[in-house]
Design a protein around this ligand. Structure first.
Ligand SMILES: Cc1cc2nc3c(=O)[nH]c(=O)nc-3n(C[C@H](O)[C@H](O)[C@H](O)COP(=O)(O)OP(=O)(O)OC[C@H]3O[C@@H](n4cnc5c(N)ncnc54)[C@H](O)[C@@H]3O)c2cc1C
Ligand SMILES: *[C@@H]1O[C@H](CO)[C@@H](O)[C@H](O)[C@H]1NC(C)=O
Ligand SMILES: *[C@@H]1O[C@H](CO)[C@@H](O)[C@H](O)[C@H]1NC(C)=O
Ligand SMILES: *[C@@H]1O[C@H](CO)[C@@H](O)[C@H](O)[C@H]1NC(C)=O
Length: 388
């Protein structure tokens, strides 16, 4: 271990959350090792059935600004709304951190290599809640701190008369596996170690990395802390459940990422992959549905709904999008929201949990990674202090 290291952290998981956390830990000068059952790889080489529990390949992934409830509501918030507000306010702060990090990659001329595209986000809502209806350009910039421009759409810009509210803003999308491979490359360049291995528990990880134990052909430093970034993978947390998402990759590019929320709770959206790699058309949200097979009827519904909402995406003279392949994924959802907290696990050691990101893993990733570093730093500094 180099003498500038502040300790050795082992991250379990190499989805967007494990990778972002590992890179943030390396930047904060922790010696960092990743241990994961699945590693990022070219999209076509990931097995849609065998690796369906590895969610990061199957994501969109775009950033949507999700406003917390207005701070000065016309009617007082109920207790349930208040706790929902606190969750959303934290997630909003995380999405801002991530946006700034994406801009940072762009400023380092890494956007293309990382598969990051900056573009307009367009939202159409059939039945907007008060958090949307109270949104103005002024509130978006002053209260929510949204970077770039924000504009509430005028009704003549809506695709049909079911839409009653809409807006557009500056945002980003990533091509998921290209972005994750980029993070992996950054981790390795900074001296991070990566091993492909499935583990059963955090205790097993502390054992693997005890002093003097030879593993993977070398003697590794003992683990001072472990990060649990296992998505839906290593579960005994009963609050975690999968939310099935089916999308379809189509050939056509799109110049914006468009999201429509329908009155019946269904969603219609597109997430461009950029750089000629087509566009994801989505998508279903099916809690507790474990079916790994794509449903051809759902594909047809999704494509028709998007063609109706955003016909601009169709090439001149064409009426249908060109499907390339169906995608099914399991969003690692958690009742009560994501888990980002430290825990002393009996018979193991200090574990920083970072899972339960649901449908927002990419857009919240850097806020979570910063939280992981803060949690590890807090624990290790206290521990070192008490040993002096
Ligand atoms: C259809 C769809 C659309 C989506 N769209 C978006 C979007 O537009 N924007 C957005 O932000 N998010 C989106 N998401 C959500 C996003 O993809 C997830 O939130 C994110 O990928 C979760 O990342 P993760 O790192 O927590 O989990 P995962 O990617 O599942 O990674 C878990 C890691 O832990 C490892 N692991 C698990 N168990 C073990 C074990 N026992 N031993 C060793 N390793 C283990 C796995 O191998 C893997 O490396 C979408 C998801 C789907 C399905
Ligand atoms: C990490 O170490 C480098 C080299 O010693 C130093 O320049 C940098 O400030 C350190 N960063 C942090 C966050 O401690
Ligand atoms: C996915 O996870 C579930 C729940 O842990 C498990 O039953 C299933 O076998 C896993 N699927 C694959 C392909 O690993
Ligand atoms: C680690 O994360 C999983 C979710 O993948 C969760 O079920 C489990 O309780 C967490 N904690 C430990 C100590 O493994």
């Amino acid at each position: 271990m180099s003498n500038k290291s502040k300790g050795h952290v082992v991250v379990i998981g190499a989805g967007v959350i494990g990778l972002s956390s590992a890179l943030a830990l390396l930047e904060a000068n922790y010696t960092t090792t990743i241990l994961a059952k699945d590693l990022p790889a070219p999209f076509e080489s990931i097995d849609p059935r065998g690796q369906i529990n590895f969610t990061s390949p199957w994501g969109g992934a775009h950033n949507r600004w999700v406003p917390p409830f207005p701070t000065v509501p016309s009617t007082p918030l109920t207790a349930a709304q208040q706790s929902e507000h606190a969750l959303r306010a934290r997630e909003h702060a995380f999405s801002l951190s991530t946006f700034h990090r994406m801009k940072h990659f762009q400023s380092q001329n890494q956007a293309q290599q990382a598969g990051i595209t900056f573009l307009k986000g367009i939202e159409y809502l059939e039945t907007p809640g008060p958090e949307y209806l109270s949104l103005t350009a002024e509130r978006a910039s002053q209260e929510l701190g949204l970077p770039g421009t924000f504009r509430v759409l005028e009704s003549h810009e809506f695709p049909d008369d079911k839409i009653t509210w809409g807006c557009e803003y500056d945002t980003w999308c990533v091509n998921p596996m290209q972005y994750c491979l980029f993070l992996l490359g950054q981790i390795i360049a900074r001296g991070g170690k990566v091993f492909k291995r499935e583990v059963r528990s955090t205790a097993e990880v502390f054992q693997l990395f005890s002093d003097g134990v030879k593993e993977f052909g070398e003697t590794l430093p003992k683990a001072d802390a472990v990060v649990n970034a296992t998505g839906v993978g290593m579960g005994d947390d009963e609050l975690v459940f999968p939310t099935r998402g089916q999308t379809c990759l189509v050939q056509e590019p799109c110049e914006a990422t468009v999201t429509r929320q329908n009155a019946d709770g269904s969603w219609t959206f597109c997430v461009p992959r950029g750089y000629g790699a087509g566009t994801i058309i989505g998508g279903t949200k099916e809690p507790d549905n474990w079916d790994p097979k794509p449903d051809p009827q759902a594909r047809e519904r999704l494509l028709r709904a998007f063609e109706g909402t955003y016909p601009k995406m169709l090439a001149e003279g064409k009426t249908r999008l060109t499907p390339v392949r169906d995608i099914v994924g399991r969003r690692p959802t958690r009742k009560g929201g994501l888990r980002l907290e430290g825990e002393m696990v009996d018979g193991a050691g200090f574990v920083m949990h970072a899972y339960g990101l649901g449908g927002r893993g990419y857009e919240l990733s850097w806020g979570v990674a910063e939280g992981v570093v803060e949690g590890i730093k807090g624990y290790l500094e206290k521990e070192r202090g008490s040993r002096l």
